[in-house]
Design a protein around this ligand. Sequence first.
Ligand SMILES: [Zn+2]
Ligand SMILES: [Zn+2]
Length: 434
Amino acid sequence: MMQSARFCAAPLLLSTALAPAMAQADDVTPSERVSSAVLVRKGPSTDTAILARLRPGDSASIVGEVPGWYEIELVDGTRGYVSKAWTVAVGDGGATLAGKRYRVHIIDVGTGLAVFVDGEGFALLYDAGSQDDLHDGDENRVIAYIRAVRPDLTRIDHLILSHPHKDHLQLMPDVFRRFEIGHVWESGRVNKTDGYCHFIKAAMAEPGVRYHDAIASNTTRTVTFSGSGCNGSVTVRQGMMMDAVPVALGAGAKMNFLYRDARNYADPNGNSVVVRLDLGIKRVLLAGDAEGGERELPAEPPQARSIEAKLLACCAADLKSDLLVVGHHGSLTSSRSAFLDAVGASIYAISSGPYPYKRARLPDTEIVSELERRGRVLRTDRSDLFRANDDTASCELNPRKIGPDADETPGGCDNILVTISGQRIEAEYSNLAD
Ligand SMILES: [Zn+2]
Ligand SMILES: [Zn+2]
């Protein structure tokens, strides 16, 4: 669908994304005498704009109070005020698992992938790459985005590289410079490119980091690079092996490595680390560039040695998820129907941009159609220039985009925000500016 607006759509965050009916400590909910809704206002006054409505059964977190008003935060991060006359503060003495809140951000990096997960007690980044937006430092689009949504964040507890391709790792070395990194997880499959060289050097130089791969427990190996932009030998010290044991994240969350394989496949897509995040009672599947085989229609079964086939054979039940960050940017190489049946998600996020992969611009329309039959599809390329054939739908020159302003590169306007709160999972486009 084309947009008619010249710039990105206005923020779409003020939807129905309120917290679930289950109340936690320090929540507020409409009082019994409210029949329709309590207005959430921009300021502590009835003269200020209405931002949202809190209906009977809804609740929101209390973040402050002034005389006559509670300052609250909705599940999408919107802050506003509700009158104390129409609300009651409630608490159950401790947050329950079902009441935890997690935000999954699929950052619009142009052609590539970066997924930032902001949970209670942890922050996680799965990939940070781009084929067409290579600004670094504070202009790095991934860093700019994280700084916009979490200006207070200093540490990323888990950094996962799905596989060593530029569109998944190019923006990562900067992430080490900007944040303290707790754990690095990758398959261990080496790609002798400057990008991977910078990544592994940054990982090994990070103070206190714990590095994990799928090669063998407690190994030390030396990797030598001879690129023009990055070269020399790197000693890679592995800590705990990346294996099938779930990794505890923060409150009520864990990470499961469903596929990890360090073998030297001709195409590193075959090394894609497939991760399932259990965020409270909801599941998120991150497929990297995992494939089902050659470019085929989804109805074809996955080819025997593909990651999709291996996952169906070993652990189809483990694939069941609520959100799928779709494999290989929505390519016909991935998302076979049999695989999608096992995942059974209701929300599908596709990260893609205008840079062609072997002459194919992704996502493929057949994959988008297949996903749309199954649930809601959101994609990071909807404002990219090439789709509109003119600049009317472009955000390349939008002064309000995440990352470098008006930089004439794709990306930055169609970030996807999935918010999980107890039983609720809500997906919206998140068009913010840094
Ligand atoms: Zn890719
Ligand atoms: Zn790839």
